[in-house]
Design a protein around this ligand. Structure first.
Ligand SMILES: [Zn+2]
Length: 245
């Protein structure tokens, strides 16, 4: 399974970094996890958006889903005329998508096959979900194929339910939106130290620190995580990619 960072900027895009979006590939199947604002452009550095096979959206904050709207137009409209099959899209709530695309469920169906977030198979992947602590309905997820598992926190404040859910993942992709030495508003996000502590308690093989907002120094977040997590820590950036077998 390969995990590639398409964009990883928290809250709003940076000058050279789209908001959250990750491409997960195995055996030629392309699963896109989140598609925040700016991600559709960045995705084209890695594949034709028509070759994405499924999308999972963790929650309906703009930095995780807004580029579904232009994707609804990009999929069927391309100069070479190739129209891909309907794209399965797992969403916590489809209503904002209908409003922003101006299409109801029936009109959108040729482009998107909108489905609820439920545990199950997505292509070759087995995907399970757990609600996080965030102001809107948000799901962390665990993606498995063969003996390999990757966990993704989505957006969340600290929750004791997360470490058991991520137990033994080979890679934990954890958000680190707040600086370690600053108390942000409650119920929103993790600090880098909390992300690293979550990786420790999960027994994660390695940690990818992500969702760092443009106004923070990522190296400070990285240093805080390295000082806490006992395993390898990487800092997400566009194009960062790892293959786990
Ligand atoms: Zn976010």
């Amino acid at each position: 399974m390969r995990w590639t960072v398409i964009g990883c900027s928290g809250s709003f895009p940076g000058p050279a970094n789209a908001c959250s979006s990750y491409l997960v590939e195995h055996d030629g199947f392309r699963l896109l996890i989140d598609i925040g604002n700016g991600a559709l452009g960045a995705l084209q550095n890695f594949c034709d958006p028509r070759d994405v096979d499924a999308v999972v959206v963790s929650h309906l904050h703009g930095d995780h889903w807004l580029d579904l709207v232009p994707l609804a137009y990009a999929r069927p409209h391309h100069p070479d005329g190739r129209v891909p099959p309907s794209l399965p899209v797992l969403l916590p709530d489809p209503q904002p998508l209908y409003v922003l695309t101006g299409k109801d469920a029936a009109a959108l169906r040729p482009v998107f096959d909108v489905r609820p977030i439920v545990d199950g198979e997505v292509g070759p992947f087995s995907v399970t979900f757990i609600p996080t602590v965030h102001p809107v309905n948000t799901y962390a997820m665990r993606i498995r194929v063969g003996g390999i598992s990757i966990g993704y926190t989505a957006d969340t404040a600290w929750s004791d339910r997360l470490a058991p859910f991520f137990s033994g993942v080979d890679l934990l992709v954890a958000e680190a939106t707040f600086p370690a030495r600053e108390n942000g508003p409650p119920g929103l996000h993790l600090t880098a130290v909390e992300a690293a502590e979550l990786a420790n308690r999960s027994g994660a093989g390695r940690l990818l620190l992500t969702h760092i907002p443009p106004w923070l120094d990522p190296q400070v977040q990285y240093a805080d995580a390295v000082a806490t997590f006992t395993g390898r820590v990487d800092l997400a950036r566009p194009g960062w990619s790892v293959r786990l077998d």
